[in-house]
Ligand binder design. Structure first.
Ligand code: PEP
Length: 247
């Protein structure tokens, strides 16, 4: 039985004062949950999150990482910097990075490898656009994105988390139905099992895309949905905790 993981992606939101209120709310409400909680925050707030959440049971991470270890890469953040702030997770290949920053399947795969090498857990995002879904390419796109990562991580497969995030559902209020999501999660599980059956049975495959308190329960009830990657609803403690309670 895989334990559920509810991970928040704050994206480029937050302020010291606003984060303090949100984190206090999460700390206050996180006891007795049947799910693990994580928040992936903008890098400048990692120190605040570490100071506030240490000892709470909630873990934290970043939203992206460089493929380089150090050097002349202005604006980049390395895995060792994330380790300095005791990050557990790092999101790689979010669709906003793929589309606005031109990240290729290969770059995403290299980031996953770099994260694993540093002892971080990469949350690898995959998912199709609306056009790709309408053209019947969902399975091919997800399989291609996944293959790049699976080829690159090799025997370290068991150390990753995957998030299926249909691009058309992110931040739009449109959610994949539980059956639609389950169909892709099953495809992902099958792809994983072809590499390593034992790892496939333990790897958490999260759903992301307008998951909210009112739709979380049905999605999280599906056989291959092991949690959620939550954007908008992660910015309100009550909503984020309600999703965790639905798990
Ligand atoms: C995301 O950014 O990963 C996400 C799923 O966003 P939202 O929940 O707002 O759709």
């Amino acid at each position: 039985m895989r334990r559920k993981l509810i991970a928040g992606n704050w994206k480029m939101n937050g302020s010291l004062a606003g984060n303090a209120a949100l984190l206090d709310g999460l700390r206050a409400g996180c006891a007795n949950l049947n799910a693990d909680l994580a928040v992936c925050v903008p890098a400048p707030y990692l120190a605040q999150v570490q100071a506030t959440l240490t000892g709470s049971g909630i873990v934290w991470g970043a939203q992206d990482v460089s493929v380089h270890e150090s050097g002349a890469y202005t604006g980049e953040v390395s895995v060792s910097m994330l380790k300095d702030f005791a990050c557990r997770y790092v999101i790689v290949g979010h669709s906003e990075r793929r589309s606005y920053h031109g990240e290729s399947d290969e770059l995403v795969a290299q980031k996953a490898v770099r994260a694993l090498g540093a002892g971080l857990v990469p949350i690898v995002c995959v998912g199709e656009t609306l056009q790709e879904r309408e053209q019947g390419q969902t399975n091919a796109v997800v399989t291609r994105q996944l293959k790049a990562v699976l080829d690159a991580v090799g025997t370290q497969l068991a150390g990753i988390v995957i998030a299926y995030e249909p691009v058309w559902a992110i931040g739009t209020g449109k959610t994949a139905t539980p059956d639609m999501a389950q169909q892709v999660h099953e495809l992902i599980r099958t792809n994983l099992a072809q590499r390593d059956a034992a790892a496939a049975s333990t790897i958490q495959v999260l759903y992301g895309g307008s998951m909210k308190p009112d739709n979380a329960k049905e999605l999280l009830a599906m056989a291959d949905i092991d949690g959620g990657l939550i954007g908008g609803a992660a910015l309100k403690a009550a909503d984020f905790l309600a999703i965790a309670q639905a798990a």
